[in-house]
Design a protein around this ligand. Structure first.
Ligand code: NDP
Ligand code: HSE
Length: 435
């Protein structure tokens, strides 16, 4: 067993600075757990002269701009990739595996796109590859679902896995802040990605749901298997109507596996105020897991930020070092057991919220209701108010459970009715007793 395990860090930004600080702060605890010291020997940066949140030199870490100084150093056992981006990070990790170094990363973009290739390279080189921090920052959700649910069948996951969109929706709902102002605040507070399109268009959440789905269901879900809708089009009116009907709008990642077929999507959904996810506010993340044996469990906490994310990274480093000491490296989070089979749209079911305008005349509502009946869809809740346009009413309905395919057909037919000038919005409903 080594007296000292040396880490090579790729990136000393928000997360990398936290990794250096936490390792130094908790040396004694780590040494007690692992029976050896842990040290960040060198770190790759773009600009070594930049002022940073951590003074790397004081901690004995050498900064370099040459990746090979880190990747080819024979004293370094574990590479921690927290530089972000895709191509350079991928190339560096593949090089690290070829050099027989274990890898820990927080890079969800990379793992969602190239997870299979990286797992294969890790296995071929008998290296460990872990990425706890890539989903929901500081929440130990990946180890939670792989280890905690080891003897269980996970049926379904509902996740609020993007802090930026949760912050925006919370501010819009509870403080009537506009979408644009709330997004600006999230950027100033540092939750948003460099290009916040990835947050608001749902792509960041889709990457995390692809990773979660793979581990929960032991099947290889690709990013393009995740249906994605973002929050850009959400209007304050829908948040208010949802509120009146007992729901809160959230960007929800949804993943379900019936033992054979899988469905994964990310979309703004109205979640019942009775459901624990409705109380997850601001930038917080949470993942709600439905296990056959355990029942329902919720993992809640900080989904981003220097220290929470660094703590998750170091939990992976600790696992790697324990594996090194036991001589069992090469083990990984995911070893797919099932061939992927996606659930077709006619087999996907849910409850839905629809807001539309209709002529305010006798018999119109009955025609609309008959139209939905033709597709086996009935209404559970209805709100009707005069709309801003003359002789028109604004109608909001929550349906009973129906197939998504029939719902899409019904909306197509509704759109063609002369009495319905426009369909304003359509959202899934989650967390209701029948959803
Ligand atoms: P930052 O932008 O703060 O830091 C990136 C660091 O990597 C910087 O030190 C930068 O150098 C260095 N770097 C980037 N590209 C290169 C390159 N080509 N060559 C050399 N050095 C490079 O990123 P974060 O710390 O915020 O994020 C890191 C990773 O963690 C990302 O994958 C992100 O998605 C993930 N993550 C981040 C979370 C967060 O809360 N920030 C939460 C969960 C995951 P320099 O400092 O000189 O510019
Ligand atoms: N932009 C991401 C979020 C950061 O808002 O959740 C953490 O992955």
């Amino acid at each position: 067993m080594k007296n000292m395990v040396s880490i090579g860090l790729l990136g000393v930004g928000v997360v990398g600075s936290g990794v250096i600080s936490l390792i130094e702060q908790h040396q004694a605890k780590l040494a007690h757990q692992l029976g050896c010291n842990v040290h960040v020997k060198s770190a790759l940066v773009r600009n070594p002269n930049k002022t940073r949140d951590v003074d790397a030199a004081t901690n004995g870490t050498v900064l370099t701009t040459n990746p090979d100084d880190v990747l080819n150093d024979p004293e370094i056992d574990v590479i921690v990739e927290v530089m972000g981006g895709i191509e350079e990070a991928r190339e560096a990790i593949l090089k690290a595996f070829e050099a027989k170094k274990h890898v820990v990363t927080a890079n969800k973009d990379l793992v969602a796109l190239y997870g299979a290739e990286l797992h294969e390279a890790a296995a071929r080189n008998k290296c460990d590859f872990y990425y706890e921090a890539s989903v929901a920052g500081g929440i130990p959700i990946l180890r939670g679902i792989t280890d905690g649910f080891a003897s269980d069948h996970i049926e379904q996951l509902l996740g609020i896995v993007n802090g930026t969109t949760n912050y925006i929706l919370t501010k819009m709902h509870h403080e009537s802040v506009s979408y644009e102002d709330a997004l600006k605040e999230a950027q100033e507070l540092g939750f948003a990605e460099a290009d916040p399109a990835a947050d608001v268009e749902g792509l960041d959440a889709a990457r995390k749901m692809a990773i979660l789905g793979r581990l929960a269901f032991s099947t290889y879900i690709d990013l393009e298997d995740v249906d994605v809708t973002g929050i850009e089009g959400i209007e304050l009116e829908d948040l208010q109507h949802g509120d009146n009907l007992g729901f809160t709008m959230k960007l929800i990642g949804f993943a379900k596996f019936d033992g054979k077929q899988v469905e994964v999507n990310v979309e703004p959904a109205l979640i019942s105020k009775d459901h624990p996810l409705a109380d997850v506010k601001n930038e917080y993340n949470a993942v709600y897991v439905y296990g056959e044996a355990i029942g329902e469990a919720m993992f809640y906490g900080a989904g981003a930020g220097s220290m929470p994310t660094a703590a998750a990274v170091i939990s992976d480093v600790v696992t790697v070092i324990k594996n090194m000491h036991r001589g069992v490296t090469g083990s990984q989070f995911v070893e797919p057991r099932f061939k992927k089979e996606l659930k077709p749209v006619d087999q996907r079911f849910g409850q839905y919220y629809i807001r539309f305008h209709a002529k305010d005349e006798a018999g119109v509502f009955s025609r609309i209701s008959s139209l939905f009946n033709e597709f086996d869809i009935s209404f559970k809740q209805i709100l009707q108010n005069p709309s801003k346009e003359a002789d028109t009413a604004e109608i909001v309905v929550i349906t009973h459970r129906s197939s998504l395919e029939k719902m899409q057909q019904a909306l197509g037919a509704l759109n063609k009715l002369d009495e319905v000038p426009d369909i304003k919005s359509f959202y899934k409903v989650e967390g209701d007793a029948e959803a």
